[in-house]
Design a protein around this ligand. Structure first.
Ligand code: ADP
Length: 245
């Protein structure tokens, strides 16, 4: 979509037919990369991400070793074919920044002190991008860590929210931003929490929101977090139930 649309929401329906608080179809599966210690695939509509965890394992390079805890590192990257116009391969500034914020969010939930002198590496690969890849990646990374059996105080559940305009120019808050809303919307926020404690692990905003709008968006996102969390738990259980069949 290259031209600014007349509206992003009309009569309470977004361009893909969703209601403001409605999520795209979400799919989650764990154990998708057999060589990894833990892995998961998560898709939110057309946005699809695979996360693979390796570790706890030896730290390389050695000088990064931490004597009292594990070194947790997350690498976010997008495949060249994940976007419409081929993306230049390899991490650029955007990927480095996203890797940093995802690493920080994940470090706050893992009991790192249980694995001193080791590394826990998490690779987050965007296979298909239709906006909100960092939050989708975070959901996948948390699932992959749990799938690897790494102890955490809680999962991480993430969703985006944003502000769009209708045909009269009136503004509305929406949850789970997809590409046209990311391109043309008035604001978008990446949001992640510990689903059982409500501790905020990531809050990144593009655009402008009033305090009221931010709180409305957060309320809608918290509702979405409950649904996403239920699906994460189901994905973790499903792998074991499948083995029992
Ligand atoms: P997020 O994916 O977390 O929403 P951004 O706001 O940075 O992060 O990106 C929004 C969307 O823009 C991505 O999901 C993707 O669809 C698209 N995008 C990002 N980088 C590129 C790129 N280099 N080429 C084409 N599209 C891109």
């Amino acid at each position: 979509m290259n031209e600014k649309p007349e509206y992003l929401i009309k009569n309470g329906k977004r361009l893909d037919g969703r209601k403001p608080e409605e999520l795209r179809e979400i799919k989650m599966r764990t154990g998708v990369v057999s060589n990894a210690d833990g892995s998961a695939m998560v898709s939110f509509g057309k946005t699809k991400v695979i996360a693979a965890v390796y570790g706890p394992r030896e730290v390389h390079p050695r000088h990064l070793l931490l004597p009292d805890r594990a070194l947790l590192r997350a690498w976010y990257d997008m495949f060249s074919f994940s976007v419409e116009d081929r993306k230049r391969p390899g991490p650029g500034r955007r990927e480095i920044e996203i890797s940093k914020v995802l690493t920080e969010a994940l470090r706050s939930v893992v009991f790192l002190e249980k694995f001193p002198r080791t590394a826990i590496d998490i690779f987050i690969a965007v296979v298909q991008a239709d906006a909100s890849t960092r939050v989708t990646g975070l959901n996948a990374a948390a699932l992959a860590l749990a799938d690897a059996g790494i102890p955490m105080k809680d999962l991480v559940t993430a969703v985006s929210f944003g502000k769009v305009y209708d045909e009269k120019g009136k503004e509305h808050m929406v949850v789970d931003v997809f590409k046209p809303e990311d391109n043309w919307g008035l604001a978008d926020v990446a949001y992640a929490v510990t689903p059982n404690f409500g501790e905020i692990l990531l809050l990144q905003m593009d655009g402008n929101l009033t305090r009221e709008e931010l709180f409305t968006g957060k309320r809608m996102a918290d509702e979405a977090v409950r649904k996403i969390y239920r699906q994460q738990v189901k994905a973790l259980k499903d792998k074991y139930l499948e083995g029992l069949e």
